[in-house]
Design a protein around this ligand. Sequence first.
Ligand code: TRP
Length: 450
Amino acid sequence: MANANNNRGLWKSRMGFILAASGSAVGLGNVWKFPYIAGQNGGGAFVLIYLICTAVVGLPIMLSEFTIGRKTSLNPVGAFQSLKPGTPWIGIGYMGVLAGFLILSFYAVVGGWTLAYVVKSLSHTIDHFTNPGEAGNFFGQFIGNTGEVLFYHAVFMGITIGIVIRGVHGGIEKACDILMPALVLMLVILMIRSLTLDGAMEGVEFYLSPDFSKITPQIVLVAMGQAFFSLSLGMGAMLTYGSYLPAKENLTSATLYVVLFDTGIALLMGMVIFPAVFAMGLEPTDGPGLVFSVLPVVFRDMPMGYAVSIIFFGLLTIAALTSAISLLEVVTAYFIDQKGWPRKKAVLVMGGVIFLIGIPSGMSFGLLADWKPLGMSFFDHVDNIASNYLLPIGGMLTAIFVAWIWGTKEAHKEIERHETVFHWAAYWEFVIRYIAPVAVAIVFLAKLIR
Ligand code: TRP
């Protein structure tokens, strides 16, 4: 049974909400995924398309998710059901809950890697690499060590479960208060270090000057997927966070803050990684190990590198946790609202199931490295299904729902409840109707045809 407002905590403050939503958005997607994907897909050209996708698809869909969430005070399934009862639109909600399961299952594996790097920083295990090749080999060996990977995976998932059990007003809000400013400060320091390395400018050029001849349909596909993933869109995570928002808050400025925070941190991370990559003579196309191959060498050669390494991987682990929390919260909210489960049971049971589904992903670089059904590892399949299919389809359907089914008029009323002035209403209405759904559809069809 849907039970709006029963047992639902609310964010304590406006800043608390913005920080929590930013905590969901900012995570491994910005720090780990963005640099290696940008590196593999042409650098500056990719970055440009990613920014365009963020502005014309990400921004309007984020506001739509916040709006549906605050209007209904429900999880994604309950929300679509309550706005248009008895219609198939509830399917968006189910897809979202499924996407939450899948994304968290491999996300927690990578979260475990970063947690392991905190421990390895503390124990002086990763502070002696003189070049990225050595650091990369070490990383490859580590992720191939199934027992160790599963151990950290379990710890990461355990911490996520522990925080989500306490609910939004307890755990989630607090964790984000300290994290965001600390992360920005750390990245600025690292950027300065990176930019002062010999040969750094070549990296800046690769990263910032788009070579338009490099743009292909494939690059557009990946850039759009990255925009969804980085902003936590397309599966109702932002919808769920919006459902804990008191009615008086201003949704439009919260949207702008979260998008700027998230995009800013990704761009900053690029300025940390690419100058260092080129200064060290590494290829930007190195793949998922990129950050883990470059940073230990950067830390080794900088003042107080030992401490910097611990703090950096520590902050990254916290950033990953605040994202993982939002993924588990979607699944949890569904079982609480729709199935009437107590929070504790929902978190423990579903967290446990998600951990189990993640095990083959954790083994994908070790014992299961040679198991590649349809040419991809289990890890890559789960990422691909969730990030490249469920999120864009979910986002597109959400846009269509708000623009044409629920209607921009109703959405507008909700956005402007309590004297908010919606400065960019005309822009939002235009992109949510005509641009966002069409853009995703085109990109998605191109993907199917390919
Ligand atoms: N956005 C997060 C990151 O960049 C990951 C994440 C959290 C996410 N919640 C999500 C991705 C919901 C997609 C959907 O690391």
